[in-house]
Each structure stands twice: as C-alpha cells, then as structure tokens.
Design a protein around this ligand. Sequence first.
Ligand SMILES: Nc1ncnc2c1ncn2[C@@H]1O[C@H](COP(=O)(O)OP(=O)(O)O)[C@@H](O)[C@H]1O
Ligand SMILES: [Mg+2]
Length: 254
Amino acid sequence: MTNDAAPVVTGTHVGKTFANGAVVALENAQFNIPKGTFVSLVGPSGCGKSTLLRLIAGLIEASSGEITLHGTPVRGPRQDVGMMFQKATLLEWRTALENVLLPTELQRKPTRADEDKARDLLGLVGLGDFAFSFPAQLSGGMQQRVALARLLQTGADVLLLDEPFGALDEFTREHLNLELLRIVGELGATTIFVTHNIAEAIFLADQVFVMTPRPGRIARIVDVPLERPRRLALQTTPEFNRLVVEVRETLGEL
Ligand SMILES: Nc1ncnc2c1ncn2[C@@H]1O[C@H](COP(=O)(O)OP(=O)(O)O)[C@@H](O)[C@H]1O
Ligand SMILES: [Mg+2]
C-alpha cells in the first residue's frame, strides 16, 4: 500500500552551531513534511533559513539531532534532493539545453532519453522555444527557469529553493511563483521555499515555518488551509489577512 501522507522530510531536535558553538544558527528544529507538501520558510535575515536548507540538502552536518529524507538519515549530498539559489549559476558557454543536461553529464554520458527529458523540462518551465539560446540571450526570469529545469533534471523529488526569484522584479516573481506552483503540483514534488516576504510565503504554502533569530528557531508552524490552485486575488481576502497577522504576531511585528 502506498501512503501519500508518509513524511518525506523529518527533523528531530535539529541544531546547528558555528564558530565552535558561539553562533547558534538553528536550535531544536522539529518538523514532519508529508509528500507533495509546499513549505515556506519565512523570517528575518540571519534566522537560519539557509542553514536549515543546507542541512536538509546534506551540504552541512547537523551539530545535534537528525534529519531524514524518504525515511533514511541525511549523511551527505544525495540524489533525491536538489537545491536552487537566487543566482541561476548557468554556464555562459552552454545553451539552455546543455545547461539542463549538466547534472546528467556529471554522472554519465547522456542518452537520447536524457536529452528528451531535458527538452520536456524546458517545455514544462515555458522555454520550449529557447533550448538553443545561451544564458546571455535570456532574461533573469528565463535564466531562473533554466535553473529550475536543471534542478528537475536531477530527478530529485524534494526541491529546496533559497529565495529563488528574490533578485527579480515583482511582476516576474509573481508570475514565476504561479508557474512554480503549477510545476511542483504536476510533479507531486515536495518543496521547501525560503523567502523573507510574508505574503509570498503564505500565498505559496501549505505550511509556513515562521523562523526567528538568535538563536534561530522555528517559532511556529502555521497551516495554510487555502484552496488550490492559488490565484493572486486570494491575497485580498480576510482569510489571507488573518494568516498574515498570525505570522506577523509570531515574528513580533504586531
Ligand atoms: N558558515 C558559517 N559560519 C559562521 N556563521 C554562519 C555560517 N553560516 C551561517 N552562519 C550564521 O548563522 C546564522 C544563520 O544564517 P543563515 O542560515 O544564512 O540565515 P538566513 O538564511 O535566515 O538569512 C547567522 O547568524 C549567520 O551569520
Ligand atoms: Mg539565507
């Protein structure tokens, strides 16, 4: 029997210190993220959002506690999780398609099927006609789309996105957020999305992890019981506003 509600990512008393314990970046994080859930991490600069993502990605090691992915403890980087950042970090001398194929190439010689998958993913992110364009020929938003396709090419079904559209203008960011929801919905991916924008965090998520600094903690997990697909007009509803107030109160802003 498949159990769709089985947690894909869990954290038990997860802590991370730096500088020989002088900096407590994250303290006692506890969470349980079911398959297909969209989680937003929201909080001010320095509250440990990136640290938590890097721990889940296995890029750094927890100082205490344990994280599991698909039921096994995270001990280092692995195939079932992938990360994306504010900067697309595309290789300038490679086409969009060649950039998307890179994760495959790092493992083996790409097959025709790999190439077909990469082309399908470019279609999925709305760049079907730009497979042979170079990064310099693409806008910032299009470059982030390529980065998203490259992340999906890895086959990871846990997507960690660290302020992925934070450097883009507001219109482009809103549009890409909607596209992201469509794509992760289609793929059934489990997503953890970092932002310091409260409205954005709520708009996207099933659950908002509200984080506070010194020491970095998940102060509260706020459920977002708003219907999907999400529409921009949702942001003017009383229900949405109630959630904004709840998050702001947790952050001590009200
Ligand atoms: N490699 C590191 N060495 C020392 N301190 C770090 C390191 N990485 C993060 N920190 C500290 O940990 C805290 C949390 O950082 P970070 O997770 O990047 O916050 P956020 O992403 O929420 O802005 C900050 O005080 C930051 O200075
Ligand atoms: Mg950060």
